[in-house]
Design a protein around this ligand. Structure first.
Ligand SMILES: [Zn+2]
Length: 250
């Protein structure tokens, strides 16, 4: 169950808040009211981060239907073709870039506030820190995190084909994810460990998704070739890929 909190405006899609997040905020409000303000700020920053992805995807011709904020973070549903590694890299980087800029802006504001109104400076520093954390966590080289997508996109530039990229990312995700998981568990950061287990599950699901996509794409190309007597042109190929990615995500 999710609730609409922002109605579509230009290239920013409908934004929903999942029930899990609302319950979490309500519990926080009961036990520790001031922490709700920080939690809302965090999810506000995550939303801006997602808008970074969404706007870049929109520019590249992949309109996003919705953004949803869950207790574990935000998700923008962008029907990106797994074969389009150039867009994957650009869209993947667009979110962390927004968070990095926000961290920079809040650092500067904090510095200025120390001169003019020192009392509010710590607030800006906290905002800077939160955005830096969002950048750090998202740049883990693990699918479905942005770092994983950036790495998978980059592998395309280094000559890896779709299936090689997909296999390489599953292996990298498993190794990095397991090391991070064990580390967080040793330091008793159980919530973060749990989050990473979830990330690893999604990583495997994404691996399966790209495999299915590839199999279906091969079939569609074969059908096209038989039907029209010649393989699809580049434009037709792009259309086939985009339609397939969109249908598979819906
Ligand atoms: Zn992101």
């Amino acid at each position: 169950m999710k609730f609409l909190v922002f109605r579509k405006y230009k290239d920013i899609p409908n934004t929903y808040v999942d029930l899990s997040l609302l319950v979490f905020l309500a519990i926080m409000a009961i036990f520790n009211f001031p922490s709700v303000a920080i939690a809302i700020a965090v999810f506000g920053f995550i939303w801006l981060h997602e808008i970074g992805h969404v706007r870049e995807a929109h520019k590249l011709g992949y309109p996003c239907k919705e953004i949803t904020l869950y207790i574990v973070g935000g998700a923008a549903f962008i029907p990106l073709c797994p074969s389009d590694y150039k867009s994957e890299l650009k869209v993947g980087w667009a979110g962390p870039w927004v968070s990095l800029q926000l961290a920079g802006i809040f650092a500067i504001l904090g510095g200025l506030a120390e001169w003019i109104f020192p009392l509010i400076a710590p607030g800006f520093y906290v905002a800077c820190f939160l955005n830096a954390m969002i950048v750090g966590f998202n740049l883990l080289p693990v699918i479905p995190m942005d770092g994983g997508r950036i790495l998978r996109g980059s592998l395309g530039y280094w000559g890896f084909d779709l299936m090689q990229r997909n296999k390489a990312m599953l292996r990298i995700s498993l190794v990095v994810g397991c090391i991070a998981c064990i580390t967080f568990f040793i330091y008793q950061l159980y919530f973060t460990s749990l989050l990473l287990v979830l990330v690893l599950v999604i990583s495997f699901m994404e691996y399966r998704f790209v495999n299915d996509y590839y199999e279906q794409l091969k079939l569609l190309l074969l059908t096209h070739t038989v039907e029209y007597g010649n393989p699809p042109s580049l434009d037709e190929l792009e259309h086939i890929e985009r339609t397939l990615a969109k249908n598979m995500l819906e």
